[in-house]
Design a protein around this ligand. Structure first.
Ligand code: ZN
Length: 136
């Protein structure tokens, strides 16, 4: 696997309105995009830190993945996303190495990225996402 950098860190929050001021007023980051990803039942807010993003995730449906996560574990780090090249081939090759995939083929995530999640039972408890920006 050739990972170029951490693309983003996904953080589950109860609501963006309450969370954004911490990142802007205390940490001094700028929210540059808010986007709803209907597919994943979330509203996301993005901040840039170097070439890595912080992605805040607010659930739009208690039955969605972030809604369930917050109910079980509360707010906090939800997943880590690594930037890769050739995401389809990467998925194939790690599946051959015995990794369980949530997404066998990439789907569209926020900001037009191709994304795929690996199953936390194969990743020592950390929900791990691979993503590729094919517009670059
Ligand atoms: Zn993500």
């Amino acid at each position: 696997m050739s990972i170029s950098h951490i693309e983003h860190i996904g953080i589950a929050v109860k609501n963006l309105q309450d969370a954004i001021p911490f990142y802007e007023n205390i940490l001094g980051l700028k929210c540059y995009n808010i986007e709803e990803v209907k597919d994943q039942k979330v509203k996301t807010a993005f901040f840039m830190v170097g070439q890595t993003k912080i992605e805040l995730l607010e659930s739009t449906d208690p039955e969605g993945p972030i809604g369930k996560f917050i109910e079980k574990k509360g707010e906090g780090i939800h997943h880590i996303a690594f930037a890769v090249k050739g995401i389809e081939e990467q998925l194939k090759s790690i599946e051959e190495k015995g990794v369980t995939l949530i997404d066998k083929t990439p789907r569209k995530g926020a900001e037009g990225l191709d994304i795929a999640f690996l199953h936390p039972k194969s990743t020592i408890g950390v929900l791990t996402e691979l993503c590729e920006d094919k517009n670059k």
